[in-house]
Design a protein around this ligand. Structure first.
Ligand code: SAM
Length: 200
């Protein structure tokens, strides 16, 4: 939706450089490549990078995928028209998330856009697990009701004020909440996400 809304009208999509941060096994990269964008991915898991390369090759898609941490993005400043992420940045501590936002800002062109999906502190699981920092929890040894985050060493639950502060250097910030309520026995527990759109 974000890509369609912002970039489908562009006549030469191959000139639009899009970076996915935490590209995992490459589903979103395949989509971006099939849609004709200049596609780039980054992941700090060497295994994920290899899986993504295979996944794209099998589908005859092309993307440059780099093995790197998002706290230090190996591209020059102002290189990208857009950065996207899906469920990746919230797998980091507060300290690293601040670095990641700095890097996103740096590698975007002026006017460049970001879209991300971050788990919110409205979720039932906020505060469960072992505290890592104020809003970040280790779920490696914690069994939660629906298992959404079980096994993850680091999950950061974003609050609205926190997100506004972290993104204040961007010229435009749009935050929307998307809350699912999942049946868990007799309980209905919320699972909340922030849909985050930023512009440099
Ligand atoms: C839940 S997966 C999501 C994958 C993909 N975005 C998707 O929607 O299919 C999260 C991915 O983000 C990567 N990741 C998390 N933190 C990262 C960081 N600081 N730098 C690079 N990759 C990161 C993980 O290695 C993992 O592949």
């Amino acid at each position: 939706m974000f890509m369609a809304h912002n970039y489908y009208h562009v006549p030469e999509r191959e000139n639009i450089r899009v970076l996915e941060i935490g590209s995992g096994t490459g589903c979103n990269l395949a989509f971006l490549s099939k849609e004709g964008f200049a596609t780039y991915g980054l992941d700090h898991s060497a295994f994920a990078v290899e899986m993504a390369k295979e996944f794209l090759e099998e589908r005859q898609c092309s993307a440059e995928i780099v093995h790197s941490c998002a706290t230090s993005i190996p591209f020059e400043s102002g290189f990208f028209d857009a950065c996207i992420e899906s469920n990746s940045i919230h797998c980091n501590s507060t300290e690293d998330i601040l670095k990641i936002f700095d890097e996103i800002y740096r590698v975007l062109k002026v006017g460049g856009k970001f879209f991300g999906i971050f788990v919110s502190d409205l979720s039932e699981e906020f505060g469960q697990g072992v505290p890592f920092d104020e809003r970040t929890f280790d779920f490696t040894a914690t069994k939660t009701l629906r298992g959404q985050f079980d096994g993850f060493p680091v999950i950061h639950f974003f609050g609205k004020e926190e997100l506004l502060e972290m993104t204040q250097k961007f010229s435009s910030v749009l935050l929307q909440t998307d809350i699912m309520t999942l049946e868990t026995g007799n309980n209905r527990k919320p699972l909340g996400y922030w849909l985050v759109e930023l512009q440099k």
